[in-house]
Design a protein around this ligand. Structure first.
Ligand code: ADP
Ligand code: MG
Length: 618
């Protein structure tokens, strides 16, 4: 007698359950997806003890026909596809017909369901794959699944579950992702009776983001809305300030399906290149609508991964769209000293009594002398682009704006002109106030004070200049005499040999001297001020670590780190003229807001903030 036997259905289901049902969150994911496929506009999820004790999911979808109830729990039974050909254009979230059979194999399940066409609903109970009840019952249209005691019949697997709190966290993650991918569905999530997530289902993604992540995140997101023949992307991406140390905030969905994809993650992160600090990951909620023909969703049983048929097209599209959205709008971090919301209208000024006096004094002095205090400062520093004749007395401006003499509440006049610190018109009106801590420059403009980090700014300017030169192949080399002689290890020598052309491209003039020795006769002129040998060795060290991966990208990273080294450090004095030039250069860049490592270059604080702090505004 042979040894090979066919497994019984129950055993097969238990094995399949191993793939589909890993923990309570996998059950929640499958059942919520079923509810979405059933056209629900409301889904409520309640769990107890992290879902290990019970999970209850109710929807107002189409329900399951009486005669389909038992079939639905068999393996590979589905209403969503009929033939293999349908796999190529699946639009539903489910299609494998494995979830219900798998869940029922390892849990105690109760199903309540009714369709529109039926007067009565069905209450069906199945435990460990065995039917334990089937009866008619009066219930509303829709479906409720109650799943108790996960892995009650496979105790070994139960041992792999974590604490209730951890499991509840996993469930919460799934509910969040699904809520974000379906703002048109009202979703609620309760754990041990406490409401954790509640979305209104009004279709507004920003509202969902607010209810899940709160105000700080919602205040710092940028809208994405792009489309071409190939795909459409909508959603929000976070500014650098709300980035995280890991990828948990990177949400993206393809055709309503929450997935994980290395290609998409990398493409998004590429869009953030030089905007985020190293080892920081963005906040995103992006919906991709891609023709199902270009996708293969049939990769993993839990369907979290998917393959693209045209990934080479998708990658650059995504990174460009993300990048462009990020640099489109001014992205200056606004510093708030207090928590309450800024109200722009009807700001009440309470002038101090001494101010009225001081004001009078200034007025009189203005009349009697053309060299007011401020004009003197101006002449000494001569940092402004504006000619003397059209320069405005900043104090005068200030006074006009505040109307202190009248002591009446006034409304500030802030025009659009003032909104964009970077615009050409704005530049002429920047008032460079001075440097603090030998590092930061304060610039007044409109109703804001801008603070610029001279090191980050310089770094950014140098970086862009180097990149520009490299692009236009205008890298210049500064010859050095005597040349540097490098005696390298075999490994290092091989690397330098291999990448000689690349080094040339960034401005190094290196020759092999025979054996493992090299002469460096020229260095990039922008880096001339640095210890060239150090810079070169650092690049070689880095290359050793990333052996074999030399690419234009790595070169770019090197340029970034070189320019960082060459840039003026914080804690050094700079003249007004130098600062003026630096700021002008910085503000003319496409993205002036971050240094190549993602640190901010400019932050701002509004007059309102200060007035609030000094209690002039109540
Ligand atoms: P799949 O979702 O891959 O089709 P499932 O095992 O998850 O497989 O579900 C089997 C079938 O049960 C589905 O195809 C669907 O017809 C039905 N079903 C499951 N859940 C629901 C629900 N909440 N509302 C209506 N029908 C449902
Ligand atoms: Mg399903």
């Amino acid at each position: 007698m042979g040894n090979i036997k066919e497994l019984d259905e129950n055993t097969i289901n238990k094995i399949a359950a191993g793939e589909v049902v890993e923990r309570p969150s996998s059950i929640v994911k499958e059942l919520m997806e079923n509810a979405i496929d059933a056209g629900a506009t409301m889904i409520s999820v309640e769990i107890e003890d992290g879902g290990m004790k019970s999970i209850r999911i109710t929807d107002n979808g189409i329900g399951i026909e009486k005669e389909d109830v038992r079939t639905a729990f068999l393996r590979h039974t589905t209403s969503k596809i009929k033939t293999a050909a349908d796999l190529l254009c699946v639009t539903s979230l489910g299609f494998r017909g494995e979830a219900l059979s798998s869940i029922a194999a390892v849990c105690q399940v109760e199903l309540l369901t009714r369709t529109n066409s039926s007067m009565e609903g069905i209450r069906y109970r199945i435990e460990g794959g065995k039917e334990v009840g089937y009866e008619e019952i009066g219930i509303p249209v829709g479906t409720t699944f109650i799943v108790n005691n996960i892995f009650f019949n496979t105790p070994a697997r139960r041992k792999f579950l974590r604490t209730a709190q951890t499991e509840s966290g996993y469930v919460s993650d799934i509910v969040e992702k699904i809520a974000l991918s379906h703002p048109e569905i009202a979703i609620s999530f309760k754990t041990n009776g406490r409401v954790r997530i509640h979305t209104s289902g009004n279709g507004n993604l920003k509202d969902v983001i607010y209810s899940i992540y709160g105000k700080e995140i919602t205040d710092n997101i940028i809208r994405l809305n792009e489309e071409n023949d190939f795909m459409k992307i909508t959603g929000y991406i976070g500014k650098a300030i709300i980035s995280k140390g890991n990828r948990t905030y990177e949400n993206y969905f393809i055709n309503g399906r929450y997935i994980k994809s290395n290609i998409i993650s990398k493409a998004i992160e590429d869009g953030y290149k030089f905007i985020l600090m190293q080892h920081k990951y963005p906040f995103t909620v992006i919906n991709f609508e891609i023709n199902p023909e270009y996708l293969d969703v049939n990769v993993h049983p839990s369907k979290m991964e998917l393959r693209f048929r045209k990934s080479e097209k998708i990658y650059p599209m995504i990174s460009d769209w993300v990048h462009n959205a990020l640099i489109e709008k001014p992205n200056i971090i606004d510093v708030k000293l207090h928590q309450d919301i800024e109200k722009k209208e009807n700001i009440k000024y309470t002038p101090e009594p001494f101010e009225t006096k001081r004001q009078k004094l200034f007025d009189e002095r203005d009349k009697s002398s053309k060299y007011t205090q401020n004009n003197v400062v101006r002449e000494e520093t001569a940092y402004h682009n504006t000619s003397a004749s059209d320069s405005v007395n900043p104090l005068q401006e200030n006074r006009n704006a505040l109307s202190l003499e009248q002591g009446k509440p006034i409304q500030r006049e802030v025009t659009d002109v003032y909104d964009n610190f970077l615009s050409n018109i704005a530049k002429d009106k920047h008032k460079i106030i001075g440097q603090v801590f030998d590092t930061y420059w304060i610039v007044e403009y409109g109703d804001k004070m801008y603070i610029i980090d001279q090191h980050a700014a310089h770094e950014k300017v140098m970086f862009e200049a180097l990149m520009e030169k490299r692009k236009s192949k205008q890298v210049s080399t500064q010859m050095i005499n005597p040349p540097i002689i490098l005696s390298l290890s075999m490994n290092e020598a091989n690397l330098i040999e291999k990448y000689l052309d690349n080094f040339k491209e960034i401005g190094f003039e290196i020759e092999s001297f025979g054996g493992q020795d090299f002469t460096v006769r020229g260095v990039p002129s922008d880096l001339y001020t640095l210890d060239s040998q150090d810079v070169l060795m650092e690049i070689i060290d880095n290359l050793t670590n990333e052996a074999g991966k030399m690419s234009p990208d790595i070169l770019t990273d090197k340029i970034a780190s070189m320019s960082c080294k060459a840039a003026v450090k914080g804690n050094s004095k700079m003249s007004f003229a130098e600062a003026d030039q630096l700021i002008t250069q910085l503000l003319s860049l496409e993205n002036p807001y971050n240094c190549p490592h993602g640190r901010p270059t400019i932050i701002s604080m509004s007059k309102y903030e200060l007035e609030k702090k000094f209690k002039r505004i109540i």
